[in-house]
Design a protein around this ligand. Structure first.
Ligand code: PLP
Length: 377
């Protein structure tokens, strides 16, 4: 009995909505399903405007274009994140400035941000790791005082909130992912949340190849033309149809994932008490979406031994990230703000466990028991 790391969840309506889009004969982007998804995102997050994209990567690229970054501009972000967080800004010639993370949430350490600011700093990119919010009040206050933009990498954060504010809706811009490995999925997919109303008009243009085609379709202009830089960032209707089936099930998905997360959390209490693992910490005021269950192991050797043994038992446990500041591209395009000891320590010790709707309690027990057995000797 293999226990894979991930199994994409389907609500059951995906194919019938795709069939409906097919029947309607509207396959390009921004059709009826895309509009439903936009409305849902705007209602759920309170964003001024939501725009579906091909991926969170594409949403981050749109954000970088909206900031009008010049070569040499600096963008502050954690090193403990996915390559796209940095890549989107490097594509504009900007320099990612990597700062260390907090040992509790593994999110950017907000207390290190201010000392990383220089005359070239333009933006801060907090990444909400595992769907648990960064210290957004502190980060927004720093941004306000220094005139910086905040782009939330909320790839893992849909349905999570910080003091009641949905993740992705707190910064000037927020980026969501609907990749197959996230909570709400469309295979590949994402969205840009525009919370600063002054960016909304230009975001539409950037997403539509630099043209005012969106305004044209709304009948606001009588012809459309090339207005600005841009690219094609909008997904077709088949993807939006699939995504709509997922959005309709978003509450149920979150509820079921949380139940699994809590089962793991209770099952690991004893091992944490014995000092064998450290469980995730969700600070007061953060309501999370159970995107990920991970534990921190004592050291890198233990982690490598555990991954191998779990694999032998058919359990898909994995790790991430290779910190960006030490990666080949990170060294070439970015710079570190001082040393990043917590990033390096955590990246060597994190273990991510199987979490998907349909995993049974017996399977969860097998994961926990196998891990306990490996750690016991
Ligand atoms: C998954 C992820 C991304 C990339 O999302 P895509 O939709 O695959 O482009 C970016 N940042 C973080 C933190 C992620 O987890």
């Amino acid at each position: 009995m293999k226990i894979p790391f991930n199994k994409p969840y389907m609500s059951g309506k995906e194919l019938s909505y795709i069939a409906e889009a097919h029947f309607n004969g509207m396959l390009a982007g921004d059709g009826p399903f895309t509009k439903r998804c936009h409305n849902w995102l705007e209602e759920r997050t309170g964003a001024e405007k939501a725009l579906l994209t091909h991926s969170c990567t594409a949403a981050l690229e749109m954000a970088a274009l909206l900031l009008d970054l010049k070569p040499g501009d600096e963008v502050i972000m954690p090193s403990y994140t996915f390559a796209s967080t940095a890549n989107a800004f490097v594509l504009r010639g900007a320099v990612p400035v990597f700062v260390d993370i907090r040992p509790d949430t593994l999110n950017i350490d907000e207390n290190l941000i201010e000392t990383a600011i220089t005359s070239k700093t333009k933006a801060i990119v907090p990444v909400h790791y595992a769907g648990v919010a960064c210290e957004m009040d502190v980060i927004m206050d720093i941004a306000r005082r220094h005139g910086l933009m905040v782009i939330e990498d909320a790839a893992q954060g849909i349905m999570s909130s910080n003091k009641g504010r949905p993740l992705g809706s707190i910064g000037h811009l927020g980026c969501l992912s609907f990749h197959e490995t996230k909570n709400i999925i469309s295979g590949e997919g994402g969205a840009l949340l525009i919370n600063d109303a002054s960016l909304a008009h230009r975001a539409e243009i950037i997403r539509e190849k630099g043209t005012n085609r969106s305004q044209f379709f709304r009948g606001q202009v009588d012809k459309y033309t090339w207005c600005d830089v841009g690219s094609s960032y909008l997904p077709g209707e088949l993807i939006a149809a699939f995504l709509w089936a997922q959005m309709e099930a978003a509450d149920e998905i979150t509820h079921r994932r949380l139940a699994i997360w809590n089962t793991y959390h209770q099952a690991f209490a004893a091992l944490e008490h014995d000092g064998q693992v450290r469980r995730p910490i969700v600070p007061h005021g953060c309501s999370h979406n159970a995107h990920m269950y991970y534990v921190q192991l004592p050291d890198a050797d233990t982690r490598n031994r555990v991954v191998r043994r779990l694999k032998d038992e058919g359990i898909g446990a994995i790790f991430h990230y290779i910190p960006l500041h030490g990666s080949p591209a990170g060294l070439k395009f970015g710079r570190s703000h001082g040393r990043l000891p917590i990033t390096e320590s955590v990246a060597a010790r994190v273990l991510r466990l199987p979490l998907w709707i349909g995993i049974t309690n017996a399977q969860i027990s097998k994961v926990v028991d196998t891990l306990a057995k490996v750690l016991a000797k």
